[in-house]
Design a protein around this ligand. Sequence first.
Ligand SMILES: NC(=O)c1ccc[n+]([C@@H]2O[C@H](COP(=O)([O-])OP(=O)(O)OC[C@H]3O[C@@H](n4cnc5c(N)ncnc54)[C@H](O)[C@@H]3O)[C@@H](O)[C@H]2O)c1
Length: 356
Amino acid sequence: MKDRYRVVVAGMGKRGMHHAATFQANPRFELAGICDIDEARLDAAAAKLGVAAKSKDARQLALAARPDVFCFCTLPHIRAEMVRIGIESGAQLIAMEKPVALTSAEGFEIRDLLQASGVKAVVSHQHRYGQHYQKVKETVASGVLGRVHTVYGTSTGWMMHMLSHLIDYTRWFNGEAEAEWVMAQASGRGKLADAHPSPDYIAGFIHFSNGVHGILECGAGAPDVPEVDAWWRKCCIGAQGTDGFAEVLTGGGWRVVSKQVSCSGGGSMNYDLDMPPYIQDIANWLDDEQRVHPCHFGSAYRGFEIMMAFCRSAAQGGQVALPLISGTNEIEMLRASLPQGKVLLSMPANAKEYAA
Ligand SMILES: NC(=O)c1ccc[n+]([C@@H]2O[C@H](COP(=O)([O-])OP(=O)(O)OC[C@H]3O[C@@H](n4cnc5c(N)ncnc54)[C@H](O)[C@@H]3O)[C@@H](O)[C@H]2O)c1
């Protein structure tokens, strides 16, 4: 156990700055270097954070700095390369952003790299730390909903941005039971060209080993959450049991209605509140093998396979069994199979992102 763990952060956009600033604010970490390929962004970040060690080359920086933690917050197209750099740098832990990868082929590669090296990894599904999310988790675990038979999640944001979150929190509410199969449908080709390539709309079912079913919808056709103004936070994630339901709205609190209680409360996704405990749990896991990070890679990876299985089912039809046996490129499968027709919207506000 070290007093302070040295951290290198690559990718100084929105999430890289959140990570770097939160590592820096925590006395258990020391920011040993930052990286971005965009020089102006890198210089601005270095000045703001007061960090001298900066580079446009992540490998060079990481090999020179030899950090304990290699963190990368780049867009999703360069995951395996960054994981390889983290491992080569000798880091004990790699902290990465969601989604795990863009294809199951790359996801398999990352999983195998981490397994072979023994390097720990965490994936940023930090909404788990929101007090409104935790309220729903506690409610489901308390038994007050009776026998839980369904977990569900909707988001108007598109798949590579949001489905990873929906799957992670519904799996969490369901005690991280293993998924056995999925079946899904998709529509709309507009976002296949995005940096977070996705069908415009995807919806599907998950069958979990404990008998619970997951029902998820992500994108242009997902329902409005009118209680929430911020478009990206129009997400509703919950659990339904024989005696009631509990659900969280990403930008609008939580509510529980059951035979025993009916109550609600506030809360909105807030990086300033969610990042410090997420980062502290990295130190806790580095200190003590037993204190496994709640957002550890193994859990995120299971969720990632569910997302890739949704894509396969949407592309090929039928059910897809989990775990996946071999890797492929699901985005190419969708490119080859999604119909040309425009996606149909659930509300006019979606037209700004999905051309109707
Ligand atoms: N967990 C969350 O709540 C959450 C929220 C938003 C975004 N994200 C995820 O975070 C990731 C980053 O999103 P963002 O909004 O910060 O993106 P961004 O575009 O603001 O930042 C990405 C940065 O990475 C840099 N970059 C690209 N290639 C690089 C390389 N080879 N080496 C070093 N830097 C490189 C870019 O120049 C850019 O500055 C995405 O995967 C996104 O899905 C997660």
